[in-house]
Design a protein around this ligand. Structure first.
Ligand code: ADP
Ligand code: MG
Ligand code: MG
Length: 417
């Protein structure tokens, strides 16, 4: 996908600012609890996360070493030419491995057919996601400072992303000599053990870092066992990627709250930085705002209705959006607090070749661009705060949703113009 350098530069510049913002917000436990209080009443998943968070606040548990592997997703708004943030992911930010592979594939194809295509393979931006994610995880492991410790990768029972995750595991072993252990939440509940000093033990090894590649959706918690595992991990001394607080910062409700006037100012000091961050915010509203709800009922095509969910395929559009709002309003129910409204972004369309399972179709498509971020700090010392590779996803312009594994979008790479 051709992608103008100005947007690339802007997203790269924003990455460390969002990393810092996530860290700052995560430290304000009351802000998280208060902002999500109404959501909690109607969304039991967010409620359970908040309960664990509240327990940690009560214990006054401090996370000295904090690790964030984030991904800030953007779309270019065709009407204004602005790069607008779709969402900020703080848990289980995936496709780091696949995105690197697709980028190499595209580079190689252009290299092989350079004469016919007349394109420069170097314009396909190299993807450093795996190398830098591994560097951050290994960095956290080093801060834990126990040679016999491992990185625990939390995965789903029927893991469709195992090949995406595989590359990280390989990089950790080959570049840093760090061992990873893969476990489901249920297995962690059954086998995990917490030593009195807080050390989490799995398969006889102390755990330095817990890298969540599951745990972001209610489907990952089919029984109490998974919730016990989440609590066990949170109570332990292992470095969590993410901690429960980082996880909550990534919720849609917090995104919407941060977009309100004067809220960013609570967390960031530098005025110029605040301006840069704010400039990429699309319109975001809570459903307490009656006039916006009325506008969305009148013109649903201009909005996206979002529940507090992750992983794609959960948003509501068009006629569904209107019907949902009308019925929520009629009931006068608290259910309104389960959603946020967002301005719908319309990225510019272009003709693309979309290949799925060997079949190629030519379609008008739009793209969503995500930039990965890594953040590692130990108390006052920021060890890493950087952008670290990207995810370009392209989908037919006629579709609403956009996830790859959710079945809508295609992996792509950036061709800088
Ligand atoms: P999730 O956490 O489930 O990935 P997202 O907020 O990223 O939730 O929404 C899923 C998809 O819906 C996005 O990948 C994008 O394709 C589409 N989408 C989300 N918000 C907007 C928006 N404001 N305008 C247009 N499309 C959107
Ligand atoms: Mg998300
Ligand atoms: Mg998303």
């Amino acid at each position: 996908m051709s992608f103008p350098k100005v947007y690339w530069d802007q997203a790269v510049e924003l990455a460390p600012l969002f990393n810092e913002l996530v860290d700052r917000v995560s430290l304000d436990g009351d802000f998280l609890q208060q902002t999500l209080a109404r959501t909690k009443e109607v969304n039991s998943f967010t409620g359970r996360l908040l309960d664990i968070h509240a327990k940690m606040m009560k214990l006054n548990k401090k996370e000295d070493v904090r690790l964030g592997l984030t991904r800030s997703d953007y779309m270019v708004d065709g009407a204004t030419d602005l790069l607008l943030q779709v969402e900020l992911n703080t848990i289980s930010t995936s496709s780091n491995g696949l995105a690197c592979g697709v980028c190499e594939l595209h580079r190689n194809l252009i290299r092989q057919h350079q004469r016919e295509l007349g394109l420069d393979p170097e314009s396909v931006v190299g993807n450093t996601a795996i190398a830098q994610h591994a560097e951050a995880l290994a960095g956290a492991w080093a801060e834990f400072n126990n040679q016999s410790s491992v990185v625990l990768v939390v995965v789903q029972p029927e893991e469709r992303y195992m090949y995406d995750q595989y590359w990280i595991t390989v990089a950790l072993r080959e570049m840093y000599g760090v061992t990873t252990i893969r476990k489901t939440m249920a297995a962690i509940d059954a086998e995990g053990e917490l030593r009195p000093d807080g050390t989490l033990i799995i398969d006889g090894s102390p755990v330095a870092v817990v890298y969540f590649r599951a745990g972001y959706t209610p489907n990952d918690y089919p029984s109490e066992a998974e919730w016990r595992a989440r609590l066990l991990i949170e109570c332990s001394s292992a470095i969590k990627c993410p901690s429960i607080a980082y996880h909550l910062v990534g919720t849609k409700k917090i995104q919407q709250e941060l977009a309100k006037e004067n809220v960013l100012e609570r967390f960031l000091d530098n005025k110029a930085d605040i301006e840069k961050v704010r400039k990429c915010f699309a319109g975001l509203w809570s459903l307490e705002n009656d006039s916006i709800v009325m506008s969305a009922i009148e013109s649903p095509e201009l909005f996206v209705l979002k529940p507090q969910r992750e992983g794609g395929g959960n948003n509501i559009y068009g006629d569904n959006l209107r019907e949902t709002l009308v019925s929520l309003k009629k009931d006068g129910s608290n259910e309104l607090a389960a959603y946020i409204l967002m301005q719908r972004i319309f990225p510019p369309e272009s003709l693309c070749y979309l290949v799925r399972e060997g079949t190629c179709i030519r379609e008008n498509a739009v793209s969503e661009f995500g930039i990965f971020g890594t953040y590692l700090r130990n108390k006052d010392k920021v060890i890493i705060n950087d952008q670290c590779g990207y995810l370009m996803r392209t989908k037919a312009a006629s579709l609403n949703e956009g996830g790859v594994v959710a079945g809508y979008a295609f992996l792509n790479s950036v061709f800088l113009t």
